[in-house]
Design a protein around this ligand. Structure first.
Ligand SMILES: [Fe+2]
Ligand SMILES: [Fe+2]
Length: 252
């Protein structure tokens, strides 16, 4: 726990605005002996100190700034058939959807005459349909992956990320509702609503994906060494298919 506490102190300093490069230099010895599982212990320690979930979220960037690009390392070391590779692939697909949502929103805001037949509206409608696949992706994490990881020192990270799933589900649900009920909106109100939802969804989902790619899954791979655990997750995951890709997606 001593190492975790020291790491927690370092993270607090990064969050307080100190230069990560300088801190990395000073904490060289500690960082050289660090295992990824120490991150989850530091996370747990900070939860114990009463740090709010919002504050914890901002710390993830501090983790990344002192540890470097964990995502690249993770991707380079996973076998082609590892179940986490599928999760990462879906994350990349959602990154594309988010970029499309950003563009669709700009186009909607710039349109003078918005109707259900406008190409701008149809583009938004299309990307919203894709984004709904996030429910299945989150379900894979909540039902198959996080319960397994809870038995390892990743528990507190899973709790934080699982809460974010609800937030994302609600926001994407509101976006879907707005698009499906276009006729009930005054066009100006519709634009305001879409702008507010897109501006919330895009950064929150990006941040969530960043946390999973750079913290949760690198830590999980470091903690769970028993291949049978991953094989079991893979088996169950195969039954769900690829969300957003399958013609007849997952669990329907
Ligand atoms: Fe997630
Ligand atoms: Fe995810």
């Amino acid at each position: 726990m001593e190492k975790a506490r020291k790491l927690a102190d370092i993270l607090e300093r990064v969050r307080g605005g100190e230069d990560p490069a300088k801190i990395r230099q000073q904490a060289k010895q500690l960082l050289a002996t660090l295992r990824l599982s120490d991150i989850s212990k530091a996370h747990k320690y900070l939860v114990g100190t009463g740090m709010s979930l919002d504050q914890l979220r901002t710390l993830v960037y501090a983790f990344a700034s002192i540890l470097g690009d964990q995502f690249a390392l993770l991707r380079a070391n996973l076998s082609a058939d590892h179940p986490i590779r599928r999760v990462l692939a879906e994350h990349e697909m959602f990154e594309c959807f988010l970029a499309d949502l950003e563009i669709a929103n700009i186009m909607i805001q710039d349109t003078d005459e918005l109707t259900e037949l406008s190409s701008e509206f149809r583009r938004l409608q299309h990307i919203t349909e894709h984004l709904q696949a996030i429910d299945i992706h989150d379900q894979r994490e909540d039902d198959l992956i996080f319960p397994v990881l809870e038995n390892y020192p990743c528990r507190s990270i899973c709790v934080v990320l699982s809460k974010a799933h609800w937030r994302i589900k609600n926001m994407v649900g509101n976006l879907t509702m707005a698009v499906n009920n276009f006729r009930q909106f005054d066009p100006i109100q519709f634009k305001i609503q879409i702008n507010a939802l897109s501006s919330a969804i895009v950064p929150i989902m990006r941040e969530h994906i960043f946390q999973e790619d750079n913290i949760l899954y690198p830590v999980a791979i470091d903690c769970v060494k028993d291949d049978r655990v991953w094989w079991r997750i893979k088996q169950l995951s195969d039954e769900m298919g690829y969300c957003g890709f399958d013609a007849q997606p997952c669990c329907s």
